[in-house]
Design a protein around this ligand. Structure first.
Ligand code: UT7
Length: 336
């Protein structure tokens, strides 16, 4: 069976930079606390006031990925859009991207709702479609606008300080001699669904969105996280996913040029890379210090930056790994 590869990469973050000190206008926090616990110094947010959704950021990243692949919107046969911050509850954000980017009407568009693992799930879906021969050119996007949905008060500070807005995109085509997606590994455990979630609006409620649930002290429309619980599971699950990808393909950590983990918290990635895997610093790429946690956008943003810095090149063995809400986790091994 034929394989697939990443033929183009692109990323985009909004111009506005929000430093840790900037957050103090809303939240009782400190630069010291945020840097020590998460490694984050700043993040990018869209301007306040609304009007910009994840499809807008995804569109900019997609233009760059298409240019990198030497393709045009008309060449795309399927869009896969991973986000936890969709433009609207429905339809999926992929169709808004399709319209903005000028991908022809009639092209398939699929949304993926696997949060921090969304890009790896999307990569796996794209890989399957290419392997079976159904499509030759798929646009995979991970994009988030978190800033409009965060609780900008001290009550929500544990969550609010870690998230940034941004987008990353990849064009997936059939493999060539140097580059291929070797394997993908996907997992989920719904027993922890409420440990990191956004409860509201909800089809379980009537009405789905009532003033009483989103005003005053009610906070069901803000994301909630049991941070320590998530941290505790993230470390072993991401490490397991890396080992799974290596074992499946009979390669070792020494063969790996770079691990690109989801950027949720620098401390999680340091535990995984140094303490569990024993990787030297130069084999684990992190950019959370200047972009924060961008959920489904984090891996393509990091991969694109890592490549632009010349730290990985075509043909290098790269492992992607993620863990997040669901819980969901997974990995992908590729020759870039
Ligand atoms: O991408 C999706 C997956 N997400 C993750 O993987 C995130 C995993 N979890 C984490 O990264 C960490 O749990 C956080 C960074 C979110 C929080 O760090 P923590 O060390 O687990 O802190 P905590 O929530 O246990 O809170 C410790 C203390 C509390 O104060 P007391 O009760 O000890 O007095 C909090 O109220 O820190 C306080 N705190 C803050 N202080 C200043 C919580 N958030 C903040 C803040 N600034 N932003």
């Amino acid at each position: 069976m034929r394989k697939s590869r990443i033929a183009g990469l692109g990323s985009y973050v909004p111009e506005r930079i929000v430093t840790n000190d900037d957050l103090k206008q809303w939240v009782d926090t400190s630069d010291e606390w945020i840097q020590e616990r998460t490694g984050i110094k700043q993040r990018h947010w869209v301007p306040d006031g609304g009007g910009i959704g994840s499809s807008d950021l995804g569109c900019e990243a997609s233009k760059r990925a298409l240019a990198d692949a030497g393709l045009e919107p008309k060449d795309i046969q399927m869009i896969i859009f991973a986000t936890l911050s969709p433009d609207h509850m429905f339809p999926g954000t992929g169709v808004f991207l399709q319209r903005k980017l000028g991908v022809p009407a009639g092209t398939a568009a699929l949304d993926v709702r696997q949060q921090c693992t969304g890009f790896i799930y999307g990569l796996s879906v794209a890989d399957q479609f290419i392997r079976t021969g159904m499509y030759d050119r798929i646009l995979l996007v991970g994009a988030e606008v978190h800033s409009s949905g965060l609780d900008r008060s001290t009550r929500g500070r544990d969550v609010t300080v870690i998230f940034g807005d941004g987008a990353g995109a990849a064009v997936i085509t059939p493999a060539d001699e140097e580059s291929q997606i070797i394997s993908t590994h996907l997992h989920a455990d719904g027993n922890f669904a409420e440990d990191l979630w956004l409860e509201y609006p909800s089809s379980k409620e009537h009405p789905q969105c009532g003033v009483e649930q989103i005003s005053g002290d009610h906070t069901r429309h803000f994301p909630k996280m049991k941070g320590r619980q998530v941290f505790k599971h993230a470390v072993p699950k991401m490490a397991e996913a890396v080992f799974e990808a290596l074992a499946k393909n009979g390669v070792s950590l020494a063969d790996l040029k770079m691990l690109i983990p989801h950027q949720a918290n620098l401390r999680i990635n340091e535990y995984v890379a140094k303490q569990v895997l024993g990787l030297p610093d130069e084999k684990c790429f992190n950019n959370i210090d200047h972009v924060g946690n961008t959920t489904a956008a984090s891996i393509p943003l990091a991969l694109d930056e890592c490549r632009r810095l010349g730290k990985v090149q075509k043909g290098d063995l790269v492992c992607l790994a993620a863990f997040g809400a669901g819980f969901t986790w997974g990995s992908a091994l590729l020759r870039l």
